[in-house]
Design a protein around this ligand. Structure first.
Ligand code: NAD
Ligand code: DAU
Length: 362
């Protein structure tokens, strides 16, 4: 949170892994949180996880089905349906753990433009409840806030570093930046043991199909139009989901109290090029793409410097080519999963977000 070369983790003591056996994982039924739970319980090192998840449209218990099907892992998972903004539930659960990892958030920028309120309730009040619970719990658990490169805003050139000014530009990004600032205030004022991660654009299996890669893959499978915002030359840095989960776990166990760590994918792509690659893999034509009206306030480029976390010994393992292939193959093989995710409010959301855009597309 206060960064610069002198704050880098050069102290060998910080390199020794800390042990956290009992974890509270909020948002553990979502895309990245469920990957974290599957991967940690799959290690079979005795770690026990309580998931607290509100099961919004983006949360899905089926994301943890492989854990449920494995009796040894299942015995170490407890699932609680609830809201991180609910003080009583949060106080109760935080008292029993060694560390809290907060993945819970409303995570879709487009929805934050349409309906921002839930972003603020979860991203600010929810984070506040978790921090208060950590402050008052007798065992003083470590707290890890999962944040995003979007807090830096659009990066015209170079790569964002942890000490750079925060310049969020969407309600989603502003809520995430606000959550981070609350964490910082609790470290400074109350001395809680907290760390923050800022991950880049994440992709992989179980990604909710409203986001770019899964939306375009699933639409292309059905030969539906692919709504590319503006000129499609916006740039994103892609990080495979299991790499993101591993980076978060690395910061939990090695990160220095009060510090923030970028988790960068190191794969900068224009949206056009990403879409070209996925169409090629699926054997579908570019003619499915429609250039539609741009996202308001659309950040042109994200790019982070990941050297601070590299110095702690972490590196992404998955190339974009391999990760994209694995992701597309997973969606092809798991049609019931994504078709179920495109129910509920999906049609109403799709019409609101894309109806007019597609009718006036070029
Ligand atoms: P997601 O939308 O797939 O999952 C969010 C989960 O949080 C869902 O299971 C949802 O039910 C749960 N949730 C929402 N509000 C809640 C509340 N009030 N109480 C309890 N649970 C609640 O999101 P994701 O893509 O897995 O992102 C996880 C975290 O990582 C978020 O904090 C997000 O800001 C951050 N992040 C995401 C990306 C990305 O590219 N997806 C990149 C960097 C950081
Ligand atoms: O950078 C990290 C962030 O990445 C996370 O904090 C967010 O939770 C996550 O949703 C993601 O945000 P983005 O806005 O970058 O992801 P999204 O998939 O919505 O969009 C990726 C790019 O694709 C972006 O430039 C907008 C563009 N896009 C997206 C959609 C859904 C389109 O062109 N058309 C679309 O229909």
């Amino acid at each position: 949170m206060t960064e610069g070369p002198t704050d880098r983790a050069t102290d060998p003591a910080t390199r020794a892994a800390r042990e956290y056996r009992r974890l509270l994982v909020t948002g553990g039924a979502g895309f990245i949180g469920s990957c974290y739970v599957r991967d940690v319980l799959g290690r079979r090192d005795g770690t026990e996880i309580t998931v607290l998840d509100k099961l919004t449209y983006a949360g899905n218990e089926a994301n943890l089905a492989s854990v449920r099907a494995d009796p040894e892992a299942d015995a170490r998972l407890r699932f609680v349906v609830g809201d991180i903004a609910d003080r009583d539930v949060v106080n109760d659960l935080v008292r029993d753990v060694d560390a809290v990892l907060n993945f819970a958030a409303e995570s879709h920028v487009d929805r934050s433009i349409l309906d921002p309120e839930a972003f603020l309730v979860t991203g600010v009040i929810g984070v506040h409840m978790l921090l208060e619970a950590c402050r008052t719990a007798p065992q003083r658990p470590r707290y890890l806030q999962v944040s995003t490169d979007e807090v830096y805003g659009s990066v015209a050139e170079g790569h964002s570093r942890e000490g750079d000014v925060l310049a969020p530009r969407s309600p989603y990004a502003a809520a995430k930046a606000s959550g981070e600032l609350l964490v910082r205030s609790y470290v400074v004022t109350h001395g809680i043991d907290a760390v923050v991660t800022r991950g880049s654009n994440t992709y992989g299996p179980y990604h909710h199909p409203e986001k770019l890669i899964p939306l375009f893959v699933t639409n292309a499978i059905d030969d539906l139009p692919l709504p590319l915002y503006g000129d499609g030359l916006q740039r994103r840095d892609w990080l495979y989901v299991s790499d993101h989960a591993a980076g978060i776990d690395h910061v939990l166990r090695h990160g220095r109290t009060g510090e923030t760590y970028n988790i960068a994918g190191g794969v900068e792509m224009t949206n056009r090029d990403t879409v070209g690659l996925l169409l090629k893999h699926l054997g579908k034509p570019w003619s499915l793409v429609r250039h539609v009206q741009d996202r308001p306030g659309h950040d042109r480029r994200y790019a982070m410097d990941g050297s601070k976390l590299s110095e702690l010994g972490w590196r992404a393992q998955t190339t974009f080519e391999d990760g994209l292939t694995q992701t597309i193959d997973w969606f092809v093989e798991n049609e019931p999963w994504w078709r179920a995710a495109r129910t509920g409010d999906w049609d109403a959301y799709y019409e609101r977000q894309y109806g007019q855009r597609l009718r006036t597309a070029t």
